[in-house]
Design a protein around this ligand. Structure first.
Ligand code: CA
Length: 543
């Protein structure tokens, strides 16, 4: 009798545990690579008329759309590391491409496992350490390929890759659905579904070759209008560095759509820019169509399983992207299109349909928020904060952050964007281009200093950042206040650590006196002379 009693209570306890586990929501974290919020219909930009993302838009209308979510470093590996750790780059150490996050520091999956979740990451990963904290992984090595991609798979040697046939968006989604089908159904799941698309070189699956073929894609006004955007840091003295800084749609820069896509064309000037823009946007939007259609497949599976409403579904991107705004392509710049990310959450059990929030949120806040939904307090080691309350009520708690911090560390690499720091509030953005390579990172790029300068944008009057008002008398008090806040954030996030050599230059040009500006003009001349002397040396040779 006693044994029967014990067994009975044991079964009861087990049942209670199982029920409790199932009460926790499943988490489907879908992240694409370089998907600008401008190219998500629900964000209502100029591209919304093309209806580029019907599935993602439906998630937004059934859930919450966050309007002011930012990555803290607009490039693949650092952004992914911040999401994984809940930490800023200076603390997690991933300041440039392909950095390392050891298994014990992969905090998000570690804590979710502890809370009883079964965890997986499938698709793009882009860190040089494997995702060993997950129960399962099947990830692309580095950037991975668009067609017939190779995967690193749990339990196999790092170089013993498994190839899958097809377009990466289709293949990655197949893998996610397979994993869901075979999951341990007694546990809640956390799966990171990471697309490679729409990252360059923007190769779509053949079935999208004719999508938008006869449509004229709307251009941003700033494709041709320069206005008073930018500074000595981004254009050089009197525009002398325009051919050398950034990458462009027009043929202005070394890397550009016009040079890349119009090799056999007779077009030039504005006609070439217009044509290159159309080619660029169609390639990009065809990749996004593939992402959107594949998300529908996963949602259909969740509906069939009866777990659609018990799953927190998030759609986001590792960073934004320039689609011809200011004639830029790629990401990196701390302007709106690169730093802002789409962030949409559907979870009808706790989040009302059709909510929108303009609360400032950073990607370091994602991990604390997911842990909060899983019933775990934000661990000390994380620098981000949970915004669960904002998702559930649409309202910001009293002490919620009012500014996002930004730091692009990788000076003049790949797309030749100078290193910079920034602070972004709901009303303004202040940027310091310090223009120097951080010697303690492993950058192998051509990294001569570029001219330091500051930029300030009044986002209420000037949401497209067409007018740099830094130094104008009516903005001096705002500028000083933002500098103080920026300094405080840098200290709080341990970004001002003297072990980073760049901090000397950041401080040197902090007040930016007339004398500093003269020094910056001199650097502009020197940089131009160096590029003329070495026209082909855009990257330092590997040692
Ligand atoms: Ca990316």
């Amino acid at each position: 009798m006693k044994h029967i009693k014990i067994t009975f209570f044991f079964i009861l306890a087990l049942l209670a545990l199982t029920v409790k586990a199932q009460e926790k929501p499943n988490i489907l974290f879908i992240m694409s690579d370089d998907h600008s919020a401008e190219a998500v219909g629900a964000y209502g930009s100029r591209l919304a008329v093309l209806n580029p993302t019907p599935t993602i838009d439906a998630l937004a209308s059934e859930g919450m759309l966050m309007q002011n979510v930012f990555c803290t470093n607009s490039i693949c590996s650092p952004s992914r590391a911040s999401i994984l750790t809940g930490q800023y780059s200076a603390v997690n150490g991933v300041t440039s491409l392909g950095g390392k996050v050891a298994k014990e520091n992969q905090h998000l999956p570690n804590y979710l496992s502890e809370a009883g979740y079964q965890t997986a990451v499938i698709g793009k990963w882009h860190l040089s350490t494997q995702p060993l904290a997950f129960d399962y992984f099947k990830v692309l090595q580095s950037q991975g390929k668009y067609f017939n991609p190779d995967f690193e798979v749990i339990g196999r040697d790092k170089n013993n890759l498994v190839q899958e046939e097809g377009h990466s968006s289709d293949v990655i989604t197949n893998e996610v659905i397979d994993w869901l089908k075979n999951r341990n159904k007694t546990k809640p799941f956390f799966v990171k579904h990471h697309f490679k698309a729409p990252h360059g070189p923007f190769d779509n699956a053949p079935r999208y070759d004719t999508y938008l073929a006869d449509v004229e894609i709307p251009e941003p006004a700033s494709l041709f209008e320069e206005g008073n955007h930018g500074s000595l840091a981004t254009k050089g003295h009197n525009g002398e560095l325009k051919p050398y800084i950034g990458s462009s749609v027009s043929g202005r820069a070394r890397r550009s759509c016009a040079r890349n896509y119009l090799k056999k064309s007779d077009l030039n000037g504005d006609a070439a820019t217009k044509e290159a823009y159309q080619i660029y946007l169609k390639k990009y939007l065809r990749c996004i169509k593939g992402v959107d259609d594949n998300i529908k497949r996963v949602i259909d599976y969740l509906k069939e399983e009866g777990i659609y409403d018990n799953t927190i579904i998030i759609y986001t991107s590792d960073q934004g992207f320039y689609l011809g705004e200011h004639d830029y392509i790629d990401k990196r710049w701390g302007y709106e299109e690169g730093a802002r990310v789409p962030f949409i959450v559907r979870y009808p059990k706790a989040i009302k349909a059709g909510l929108k929030s303009d609360a400032i949120v950073e990607n370091v806040d994602f991990a604390p928020t997911l842990l909060d939904f899983a019933g775990i307090e934000t661990p000390e080691v994380m620098q981000g904060k949970s915004f669960r309350t904002i998702l559930e009520t649409g309202k910001e708690p009293k002490d919620w952050k009012q500014a996002a911090y930004y730091h692009y560390w990788l000076h003049m690499a790949h797309h030749e964007v100078p290193a910079h720091i920034a602070i972004r509030t709901k009303t303004h953005k202040l940027i310091q281009f310090y223009g120097t390579s951080n010697k303690s990172t492993n950058s192998k790029d051509f990294n001569a200093p570029t001219p330091p300068a500051w930029e300030l944008y009044d986002l209420q009057k000037d949401p497209h950042e067409m007018n740099n008002v830094y130094g104008q008398p009516e903005f001096i008090s705002t500028q000083d206040k933002l500098k103080k806040e920026l300094k405080a954030l840098r200290a709080e996030y341990k970004e001002d650590d003297p072990k980073y050599a760049i901090n000397k230059v950041i401080n040197e040009y902090w007040d930016y006196t007339a004398e500093d500006e003269q020094k910056a003009i001199h650097i502009s001349h020197e940089y131009k002379a160096e590029r003329i002397k070495n026209p082909k040396k855009t990257r330092k040779k590997k040692k």
